[in-house]
Write a protein that binds this ligand. Structure first.
Ligand code: ZN
Length: 152
């Protein structure tokens, strides 16, 4: 049976960016002060220096950024983290990526096969689509970061 591909968080990314750029994170930008928000802010601009009166419009974020920090999770987090205690714990790598144009740092997991030994602060990485987990009927999709040029 084919699984349905479903974003693990609705509206945070697209697999087909409107500019033809493929997979992109989605934020919102304030039309009054140009501040960009990720996770998306749809209610009101959170920039304290905003003159006000702007509207928040969805924008795809930069497809590439630079590693700001990274770490790995080798142990299962305690409750209330949701995981199947019967399943083997899969270590993962978490990357904080600075997007220069947006002036922000975005957190995400590294692509499969990319570990802390493959990363360095300042390294250029790109955002790609990936699978967080699968269950009987659903492939839960998310965003991942991988080094540009496939060095890993
Ligand atoms: Zn604003």
């Amino acid at each position: 049976m084919a699984r349905t591909r479903t974003p693990v968080v609705s509206g945070w990314f697209t697999e087909n960016a409107p500019d033809g750029g493929g997979f992109r994170l989605l934020g919102t930008r304030c039309s009054a002060c140009t501040a960009v928000f990720f996770p998306r802010e749809d209610a009101f601009c959170r920039n304290p220096r905003c003159p006000g009166g702007g509207e928040l419009a969805e924008v795809p974020l930069s497809p590439r950024g630079r590693v700001w920090s990274y770490t790995d999770g080798r142990y299962r987090p305690p409750a209330p983290y949701v995981s199947d205690p019967a399943a083997p714990w899969e270590p993962y790598t978490l990357v904080a990526v600075e997007l220069e144009a947006e002036g922000m740092v975005v957190l995400g997991q590294a692509a499969p096969g990319v570990g802390v030994a493959d990363l360095a602060v300042g390294m250029e990485v790109e955002v790609v689509g990936g699978v967080l987990h699968e269950d009987a009927g659903t492939t839960w999709t998310t965003w991942l970061f991988k080094p540009v040029g496939g060095a890993a």
